[in-house]
Ligand binder design. Sequence first.
Ligand SMILES: [Fe+2]
Length: 377
Amino acid sequence: MDISLTHGVKLKESGLDVPLLDGTTAYFNYYWLRDNCPTSFDSQTRERTFDIFHEAEAPKTAQVGIADGMLDIEWAGSGHKTRYSLAFLAQYAKGTPRHDPADLPRRAWYSDHYPTIARFSQPKLVEDKALVANWIEAMLVEGVAIVTDMPDSNEGLDALARLIGHIRPTFFGEYFDVRTHIKPTNLAYTAKALEMHTDTPAEDVAPGVQFLHCRANSVSGGANLFLDGVAVANDLKRDFPEDFALLAETEIPYYCEHDDYDMRSRQRVIELDQHGNVSGVTISQHMFDISDLPQEFLDRYYPAFCRFGRMLQSDKYLMRFRLNATECIVFDNHRIVHGRSAYSATEGDRYLRGCYTDRGEMRSTYRALTTEGRFKG
Ligand SMILES: [Fe+2]
């Protein structure tokens, strides 16, 4: 119900219509206008210090006016004054999500990606924040990067991971070490192929960014296999939309169990972002629990699941390469599926040290490096 018109502002029962600078009119709710008053935020901490839960009454205006591109409100009861620029209000006029500089479109990649994979030198990253922003951008767009010139030390990996965020433990701990030392012998050492997987899907939220630092690799064979889950899932969506829908909508059980732990979670094999685009995949035959879904449903689910699993073996997607000592591959653990081909060797060392950070913290670092922030200046 319209109440009155003041300086071009139309007062309504629960809010008001404001004429914006572009000639359009936008509606704003009184609670929103009171809650987000610029005085509600502490300039030091940048946190909201006003607590609308302590207001006994619904906010009501006593006076409203517009002048020089500003909306002025005096609130009834408290007499508190609120001033907004119309340019600020325009950002919230349509109820669309706030612009996020870290919400970059993903670029799918295929088996031929290795020569063009984004590469950064660890000592240069430590020195140069602009390079860190470029590195994170590659992680957001392509999901993978190789960091070169890594110091042969635990500290070298720590320093690299901390450029993105805090080390994020899993239930295996903060770091993991994969060591093989093969003494010269006539009997070849054999190691089985490692199936294509994403790490620790049995956690509520699997770690977001994985670091694999190669400290030594003098073993012959054992190619690293990486693929872009977004590329595979997008092809499944195009060619087999019903299969895609099953994998994107159905939560399946993952587990990791032994004498003193029993991790369980339910995850969708294909993950979608807030726009409905494929953001990644969660896949691990090692950790896929005995399915407890209705058997009749499995008549449809298993064929789709296996079709997707076979696509993960395809040469169209598999990037094969050898990770060398002094290199660290960094990748989105919710997007990039990884494994290793079988190897057999008579001598050599292979040592990988790994850890994780989170994707939310990586996006936070990217925003802080590339934008001014809402309350600066
Ligand atoms: Fe892994």
